[in-house]
Design a protein around this ligand. Structure first.
Ligand code: RIB
Ligand code: CA
Length: 312
C-alpha cells in the first residue's frame, strides 16, 4: 500500500503526543521527520517531549529537528494551564539519548522536501511559525508540498479568545503567511476538534489496553481531562491534534467544506480569527482551504484505541 509521506510539526503538548503515537502506529503514514515549535510550552520542553516520545516508542530512526522559539511578531504565549509545566501533564518518560537533528526545523524541512522523490504532506499541530518561515525563505519549496493538514482555527469557534484558536492566536502573522501561500490547506479547526472528544470511560479503556502506548496516553490524558472538566464541564477532553491524523488515516469519518479563510492580524476583538467564507456567492476561485466541520466521534476514538491496543 502506498504510504502518505508526512512531516509533522508539533508543540508537544498532550494532544500532540497522542497524535504522534497514532501516527507512529499507522501503516498508512511514512513519517519523514518531526519538527518542533514553541507553543503549548517553550521550545526546549516541546523538543524534549518529542525526542522522549519518539525514543520511548522505539522510533528514534525518525529525525526530530528543533524549530522556532518565538512567534514571528507578537509576544509569546504558552499553554501550561492546559498541558502542565512539562507539557505532558503528569506523564513521565525516560530522557531520550538522541539529540535533535543537526539542522534546525526549517532547514530540515527544506532539505527533506527538496530531496524527496514525491511530494510531502506537512502536518502542523502547533503555531505555524516554522511553516511560515519555510514558505517565506524558500518559495520554490511549495512545489514539493502536497498539502498542509493543520490543527488550528475555527469557522465558528475560538478558545484563546471568543474568535481565535490557540495555534493561530499564538502566531497570527505566521498563520496569515501560510493561509495566503497558495498551498492547499486542510483546516482541522475547533469546529471539528471540539467534537473529537475522548470520554472519561474511554480514557479508562485506553489505559486498560495495558500497552506502553495505552499507559502513556492514559496518564497524559489525566491532566488534560481535569483541565477540560474545570474549564468546559464536558465529560472528556478534545484530542485536537489527533484529528489531523484521523483525516490522513480515515478521511471518510470527517465532513469538510471548501472555503476562503483569511487570518485577521489587525482586529481589536477579532485578532487571529480565521474568518471563514462559506457564502455560496463567494468567488470560489479564491478558496484556500478545506474546512473540517464534523467527525464520527466513535470512529475517531477507535483510531486512538486501536493505536494503543496494537502497540508492541
Ligand atoms: O487549540 C488547540 C491547539 O492548541 C492544540 O494544538 C493544542 O495542542 C494546542 O497547541
Ligand atoms: Ca498542539
Amino acid at each position: 500500500m502506498n504510504k502518505t509521506p508526512i512531516i509533522i510539526d508539533v508543540d508537544t503538548g498532550i494532544d500532540d503526543a497522542v497524535s504522534i503515537v497514532v501516527a507512529l502506529q499507522s501503516d498508512k503514514l511514512d513519517i519523514r521527520g518531526i519538527t518542533t515549535v514553541a507553543g503549548n510550552q517553550t521550545i526546549e520542553k516541546t523538543t524534549r517531549n518529542t525526542l522522549d516520545i519518539v525514543e520511548y516508542f522505539g522510533r528514534d530512526d525518525i529525525p526530530v529537528a528543533k524549530g522556532y522559539s518565538k512567534p514571528l511578531v507578537r509576544d509569546q504565549i504558552i499553554a501550561a494551564y492546559a498541558h502542565g509545566e512539562s507539557g505532558l501533564g503528569t506523564a513521565k518518560l525516560p530522557t531520550a539519548k538522541k539529540q535533535p537533528h543537526d539542522l534546525d526545523a526549517v532547514s530540515f524541512m527544506k532539505k527533506t522536501l527538496e530531496e524527496s522523490n514525491d511530494k510531502i504532506t506537512l502536518v502542523p499541530t502547533g503555531p505555524l511559525t516554522n511553516i511560515a518561515i519555510l514558505l517565506l525563505s524558500y518559495p520554490h519549496i511549495k512545489d514539493k508540498i502536497e498539502k498542509i493538514v493543520l490543527m488550528g482555527g475555527g469557522a465558528y469557534e475560538g478558545n484563546s479568545t471568543s474568535t481565535a484558536e490557540f495555534n493561530i492566536f499564538a502566531d497570527p502573522e505566521s498563520a496569515n503567511i501560510v493561509f495566503s501561500s497558495g498551498v492547499k490547506i486542510v483546516m482541522c479547526g475547533l469546529d471539528v476538534t471540539m467534537k473529537a472528544i475522548v470520554t472519561y470511560n474511554e480514557i479508562k479503556n485506553i489505559m486498560a489496553t495495558g500497552t506502553k502506548a495505552g499507559e502513556f496516553c492514559g496518564e497524559a490524558f489525566k491532566f488534560y481531562y481535569d483541565m477540560y472538566k474545570k474549564g468546559s464541564r464536558i465529560d472528556g477532553c478534545a484530542v485536537h491534534d489527533a484529528v489531523t491524523m484521523a483525516y490522513l488515516i480515515k478521511p471518510e469519518i470527517i465532513t469538510a467544506k471548501p472555503a476562503n479563510v483569511k487570518i485577521d492580524i489587525d482586529g481589536k476583538n477579532s485578532y487571529a480569527c480565521t474568518a471563514t467564507d462559506f457564502r455560496p456567492w463567494r468567488d470560489i476561485s479564491k478558496d484556500n482551504a478545506l474546512v473540517c466541520l464534523d467527525i464520527d466521534r466513535e470512529a475517531f476514538v477507535d483510531i486512538i484505541l486501536d493505536a494503543c491496543k496494537n502497540y508492541k
